[in-house]
Write a protein that binds this ligand. Structure first.
Ligand SMILES: [Cu+2]
Length: 165
């Protein structure tokens, strides 16, 4: 037990950057919005090179008044986004964030998102550690609509659902 206590205390004392060296992100981007939209999403891959699964418990994005962890489920024949408490990044694995799946949802955008802008995203893990990354804004024709009620038993058609810009 002495050894275990020592290991725990050394983990707690580890500097932030070191503690999160096993977390990296790749291909991150935020979806550009039409001028009147107040919601959007951040996508990309979150990698975990560590031997333990890691849990993300909250997120904040500088361009948004409020940000949430979302996934997409089938409710009968409808696809619905929902707020979830945790994103799990598997040990030695990754969590893809993509249209139609897990994503970082932004509400109350402070301004329209335009190509050329870069958003700062901060993830908070269950142990309190934080990880920050940048997401360039991109126009995504093949994006999912960010309405909370997907319609009518259609398979999510990425080409059709978001032609407004
Ligand atoms: Cu969402």
């Amino acid at each position: 037990m002495k050894l275990k206590a020592f290991l725990l205390s050394s983990l707690v004392a580890a500097p932030l950057a070191f503690a999160n060296a096993e977390i990296t992100t790749q291909d991150t981007y935020a979806r550009a919005t039409p001028p009147t939209a107040v919601t959007s999403a951040v996508f990309g891959n979150i990698h975990n090179s560590g031997d333990r699964a890691r849990n993300i418990v909250s997120v904040s994005v500088d361009a948004a008044g409020k940000s949430e962890l979302h996934d997409v489920i089938m409710d009968g024949e409808m696809m619905k986004m929902r707020h979830v408490d945790t994103f799990v990044i598997p040990a030695n694995g990754k969590l893809p964030l993509k249209p139609g799946g897990h994503h970082i949802m932004m509400f109350d955008l402070k301004h329209p998102l335009k190509e050329g802008q870069t958003l700062n995203v901060t993830l908070t893990f269950a142990n309190g550690e934080k990880y920050q990354f940048q997401a360039p804004v991109k126009k995504v024709m093949a994006g999912m609509s960010m309405n909370h009620n997907m319609d009518h038993g259609k398979e999510m058609d990425h080409g059709k659902m978001d032609m407004q810009h």
